[in-house]
Write a protein that binds this ligand. Structure first.
Ligand code: UGA
Length: 431
């Protein structure tokens, strides 16, 4: 099929490359010329495993990129994968998606072949029907449901495994409002994936599809906060939360996944999406106390870690190593990383922070330009009065004699990755 993708961030590029891989002719539109050039040259504009190889294979041939919306005039399906940042109050800033929809208007005008616009961006229930669809109609002069289709197809990719997640999905969600042609178009574009992987396909309305994405992320984020709350209680009782988690995870209804307690969730999705659905609920007069508590527990975890440091060392004027800056391992993304709060707290206490991350230091410089960034964990630990672990990079599990170079061997582990050993004052956040 001839497919368009508006937006070439990590979702847009992954979807574009994977749809080319499934055999479609894909055109990616992005305002950023450097992104367009990268795709045309067969280079991935974002850092994701396997994306480079897909771009090298399809970029510039089956996958084209341009800044010009007119290139979508033959597209049968157009996915909108534009960012939905947060407003101050946590609600979603829809201005970018709305502007994208307005730019699509001329592409939909006088077509006669019923193209379908598919919203992939994460937007609160009703946004597609009440904002995007009217914007498309206003700028095209065409009528949704008569001249073109509208659908919602949320994405459940994780950073760091986006390509694999796309090509082996747990589920596909197709939201349309009684629009069989739009749904057929979605079935068509995903047919090679459905034939190969046989994922469950959920056919539903646009509002439901929008809500499914929030419910998915809110559930997982709350699961992390619940195990962290239980973990905090465990710690107070001298109980190892990981032993408890392993046991409760044996109950199918709970499942062992997403039960790693510690510093909490970060990244560009969970904090933003939970805040957005809280704001959307409040806008309707409903106060979502449990989701707010999930956010509060998440905010609490860095403070708990810092209080464990305080228990052993007065860090004022002391060197403190922060191991791990990325919001999770295998990514250089530091957005909403718990390490940010940890570093702030240490600096408020007057510590001289020396940070190390295998790939994320450059990105953290935007937040803390004047921090000392070490180029190895060993260098960060050298002479430190304490070390805190903020990201579960596997390489931290191999640290051993490196701790001997610390001034005082205090290690507070926020991710259960360092191995407890003789000679180390070791504190786990929830164990
Ligand atoms: C998340 C969802 O997992 C994806 O399904 C979704 O598509 C994506 O958001 C999105 O909305 O775009 P991602 O942000 O890449 O994906 O990261 P996750 O791997 O889910 O981890 C999120 C955070 O939770 C990380 O900070 C991680 O360290 C933390 N976490 C995760 C825990 O603290 N404990 C766990 O057991 C699991």
């Amino acid at each position: 099929m001839n497919v368009g993708i508006v937006g070439s961030g990590y979702v847009g590029t992954t979807v574009a490359a994977c749809l080319a891989h499934l055999g479609h002719d894909v055109t990616n539109v992005d305002v950023d010329r450097s992104v367009v050039e990268a795709v045309e040259d067969g280079r991935a504009p974002v850092d994701e495993p396997r994306l480079d190889e897909l771009l090298a294979e399809y970029g510039g041939n089956r996958l084209r990129a341009t800044t010009d919306y007119d290139a979508l005039s033959d597209a049968e399906l157009i996915f909108v994968a534009l960012p939905t940042p947060s407003n101050e109050d946590g609600s979603v800033d829809t201005s970018v998606v709305e502007a994208g929809a307005e730019s699509l208007g001329p592409v939909l005008a006088e077509r006669g072949d019923y193209p379908t616009v598919v919203v992939k961006s994460t937007v609160v229930p009703g946004t597609t029907a009440d904002l995007i669809r009217p914007a498309l109609e206003r700028t095209s002069g065409a009528v949704a449901g008569e001249d073109f289709g509208v659908a919602v197809n949320p994405e459940f990719l994780r950073e760091g495994s986006a390509v694999d997640d796309f090509l082996s999905p747990d589920k596909l969600v197709f939201g349309t409002d009684d629009d069989d042609r739009a749904e057929d178009a979605l079935c068509g574009v995903f047919a090679p994936l459905v034939d190969a992987e046989d994922p469950p396909v959920v056919s539903t309305g646009t509002r439901e599809a929008e809500m499914i994405k929030y419910a998915n992320n809110a559930f997982l984020a709350t699961k992390v906060s619940l195990i962290n709350e239980l973990g905090n209680i465990c710690k107070e009782h001298g109980v190892d939360a990981y032993e408890v988690a392993e046991a409760i995870g044996l109950d199918d209804r709970i499942s062992e996944r997403f039960l790693r307690s510690g510093l909490g969730f970060g990244g560009s999705c969970f904090p933003k999406d939970v805040a957005a659905i809280i704001a959307a609920a409040r806008a309707k007069g409903y106060d979502p106390e449990l989701l707010q508590a999930a956010m509060d527990v998440n905010d609490k975890q860095p403070r708990r870690l810092l209080s464990l440091v305080d228990r052993h060392v007065d860090v004022a004027g002391e060197r403190v190593a922060v191991l791990g800056l990325a919001f999770k391992p295998h990514t250089d993304d530091v957005r909403n990383s718990r390490a940010i709060d940890v570093i702030r707290g240490l600096r408020e206490r007057g510590a001289e922070v020396v940070a190390y991350d295998p790939v994320a230091s450059e990105n953290m410089r935007d937040y803390f330009p004047d921090l000392t960034y070490a180029d190895s964990a060993a260098a960060a630990l050298d002479g430190a009065a304490a070390a805190v672990v903020a990201t579960d990079w596997p390489e931290f599990a191999d640290l051993d004699s490196e701790f001997d170079a610390m001034a005082t061997p205090v290690v507070v582990d926020g991710r259960r990755v360092v191995t407890r050993r003789e000679g180390l004052v070791y504190e786990g956040l929830t164990w």
